[in-house]
Design a protein around this ligand. Structure first.
Ligand code: NCD
Ligand code: ZN
Length: 347
């Protein structure tokens, strides 16, 4: 697979993506569809995607926004609430296009105010998901404001995730966007029911990046970047070839006006050069030969979906990420690493 200056991979998938809606959707979708065959599409719209009917309508808007000539399959998710009815789970499985249910603890992140206020309220739904084999995707952070923001992922494992896996040992769970050594270790040591996605930004940046020379809103995302020792642990794990860890960009665009303001929105827009950024980190880790399975095999395997069959090629080539990209009227989106050079390019 590896030649000196180029690598060919099975077309990858993005197992955690925010596509937004309306004009924003139309602006960002082509970036993802150019690189990835499928993506797990997050349901945190305003209002959220709660029912299978909501997901069907959103899926149709995505397909309508897809430029001609690009083949891309949106894999839909439902936003779990305190009042999600149990019957929705069988409907989701029957739909064929809803592939998971997302748990946002209420208040944990962008548009999560309809999230779950206490996990017990969802037990009947989780039992049905366990029975029918529909995975639960978790934003793994406690929301108690008394917990230090850098400790919220570790606290979630202890207080919420570990008891949840014990109560529902057959429930497939993905711990999304892991950021800590605690999460990497926990996922590794748990049974096959638990896997994790890893973003490019959590692999490339530590928390200093939020403060270099001043406050950097484009490096602010949730979960927040962590200390270097955590970044290193996550890199070592993601590049180790362990099938429990796979690619999920958490690409989460916000307009410049929502980033360059007193209270900046959380989210990094990485879809523009996602695969190239992962290639860079795998190369730095001396593990380029592990990139294909991380990006193109393990996620599909966990979800029980066929692997993609077409190929894409990355070339060793230095290029500059643009300063901004079209998004909303007079309100562009600034991509992660805007203005910086990177060394791989998808051809
Ligand atoms: C996401 C968003 O903007 O929708 N933000 C983020 O920082 N990742 C929400 C999320 O996935 O937590
Ligand atoms: Zn996300």
């Amino acid at each position: 697979m590896t030649e000196l200056n180029q690598i060919t991979l099975t077309r990858p998938d993005d197992w955690h993506l925010h596509l937004r809606d309306g004009a924003a959707l139309a602006a960002v979708l082509p970036h993802t569809a150019r690189q990835f065959g499928r993506a797990i599409v997050m349901p945190n719209l305003k209002p959220p995607v709660i029912t299978v009917a909501d997901a069907a309508a959103y899926r149709q808007r995505i397909l309508t926004a897809l430029p001609a000539g690009l083949s891309f399959e949106p894999l839909m998710t439902l936003y779990l609430t305190d009042t999600t009815p149990v019957v929705e789970i069988a409907k989701a499985v029957d739909s064929g296009f809803v592939k998971a249910v997302k748990l946002f603890p209420a208040g944990a992140t962008t548009n999560s105010d309809s999230g779950v206020t206490s996990i017990e309220k969802t037990y009947a739904v989780l039992a049905e998901m366990e029975k029918l084999g529909l995975p639960l995707l978790v934003h793994g952070e406690e929301t108690d404001p008394a917990i230090d923001i850098f400790d919220r992922e570790a606290a979630f494992i202890e207080r919420t995730l570990e008891p949840l896996l014990k109560r529902f040992p057959g429930l497939k769970v993905v711990m999304e966007h892991i950021t800590t050594a605690d999460a990497a270790d926990f996922v590794k040591s748990a049974g096959a029911q638990l896997a994790a996605t890893v973003t490019a930004h959590h692999l490339l940046l530590n928390r200093n990046a939020m403060f270099t020379g001043g406050l950097r809103p484009y490096h602010y995302c949730l979960p927040v970047l962590k200390a270097e020792k955590h970044r290193q642990a996550v890199v070592a794990t993601a590049t180790s070839g362990n099938p429990k860890f796979f690619l999920g960009t958490d690409s989460a665009p916000h307009p410049r006006s929502a980033k360059e303001t007193a209270i900046a929105a959380g989210g990094c827009f990485s879809a523009f050069a996602a695969l190239e950024l992962y290639a860079q980190i795998f190369e730095q880790a001396g593990a380029l030969e592990k990139l294909e399975a991380f990006a193109s095999f393990y996620g599909a395997d966990f979800y029980g979906l066929p692997r993609n069959t077409s190929k894409i090629t990355l070339k060793k080539e230095t290029w500059q990420i643009p300063a901004s990209l079209p998004y909303l009227d007079n309100d562009p989106v600034v991509p992660l690493f805007a203005g910086e050079t990177i060394c791989w390019k998808m051809s």
